[in-house]
Design a protein around this ligand. Structure first.
Ligand SMILES: [Zn+2]
Ligand SMILES: [Zn+2]
Length: 64
């Protein structure tokens, strides 16, 4: 199994988009958002967790 290259993780949900680092405007923590389907992931090690796609995974703030 290959290590994913840093900063270019393919979205495991749509398998097309790339996960981009996104900073929460409220808590300032970095999470990953797919640039195609807008799925959210906490980090590169939590790609199997299903998270609400509209909330920061850390503080729950709504994300536009
Ligand atoms: Zn995606
Ligand atoms: Zn947050």
């Amino acid at each position: 199994m290959k290590e994913p290259k840093k900063s270019s993780i393919t979205c495991p949900f749509c398998e097309e988009g790339v996960l981009k680092n996104t900073k929460c405007p409220r808590c300032g923590r970095i999470f990953l958002m797919c640039d195609e389907c807008e799925s959210l992931y906490r980090d590169g090690k939590s790609l199997e967790e299903e998270l609400p796609s509209t909330e920061c995974p850390f503080c729950g703030t709504a994300i536009d």
